[in-house]
Ligand binder design. Structure first.
Ligand code: GTP
Ligand code: MG
Length: 198
């Protein structure tokens, strides 16, 4: 059998979603992986997995593993293990629930603890969810922006309900750039990293 097969090997990326209970983490993962949204709240116990395969230009096959971490795991023993080895982290809060924004800092501290000995954290995105409920917003956009800037995070406003901007947070070019750099030693340009869902 020849080694020169057309099919490129699949690379794996681990993206984790963290944040308070009911902020919409599972809804975001479901929206992205299945293009669905459910109104009913079902608490995630421990964690849940979602998988999506995407192909990047240059025939780079990526298997995106999404680890959806239940909001009740903050302060628990397992959290460090979930966070370990991630390439991208989505820190999610609900724009209509101020305490979910305040608690972002605790989630972020738990991430920093895991990557304490490494020079670089994975790419971290601050995600304000439920933007369809703009009229009920309690977290000012300025506060969000300042927190993201102060902590070198990318900043996003999304809605799992409408799907607005959801695919972007999962196919965040920064994650691929970091991963690509680690894999090949060369950073890719952002424009060459538009993912194609399959
Ligand atoms: N209006 C609106 N509701 C949302 C949105 N995202 C999630 N919800 C609702 O918020 C509730 C909680 O959503 P989940 O996705 O289960 O929250 P979670 O962050 O996974 O919660 P835990 O599993 O407990 O950590 C559900 O009733 C969802 O329907 C959104 O973008 N807009
Ligand atoms: Mg959940």
């Amino acid at each position: 059998m020849s080694d020169s097969e057309d099919e490129a090997p699949e690379r794996q990326l681990k993206i984790i979603i963290m944040g308070d209970g009911a902020s919409g983490k599972t809804s975001l993962a479901t929206r992205y992986s299945q293009e669905q949204f459910g109104k009913q709240y079902k608490q995630t116990v421990g964690l849940d997995f979602f998988l999506k395969r995407i192909i990047l230009p240059g025939n780079i096959h990526v298997s995106l593993q999404v680890w959806d971490i239940g909001g009740q795991t903050l302060g628990g023993k397992m959290l460090d293990k979930y966070v370990y080895g991630s390439h991208g982290i989505l820190l999610v809060y609900d724009i209509t629930n101020h305490s979910s924004f305040e608690n972002v800092d605790d989630w972020y501290s738990s991430v920093k603890k895991v990557f304490d000995n490494q020079t670089k954290l994975p790419h971290i995105a601050l995600v304000g969810n439920k933007c369809d409920l703009e009229h009920m917003r309690t977290v000012k956009t300025e506060k969000h922006q300042k927190y993201a800037t102060d902590h070198s995070m990318s900043s996003h406003f999304v809605s799992a309900k409408t799907g607005d901007s959801v695919s972007h947070i999962f196919q965040c070019p920064h994650c691929y750039m970091k991963r690509q750099t680690a894999m090949t030693g060369h950073a890719c340009s952002v424009s060459s990293l538009r993912g194609v869902s399959v």
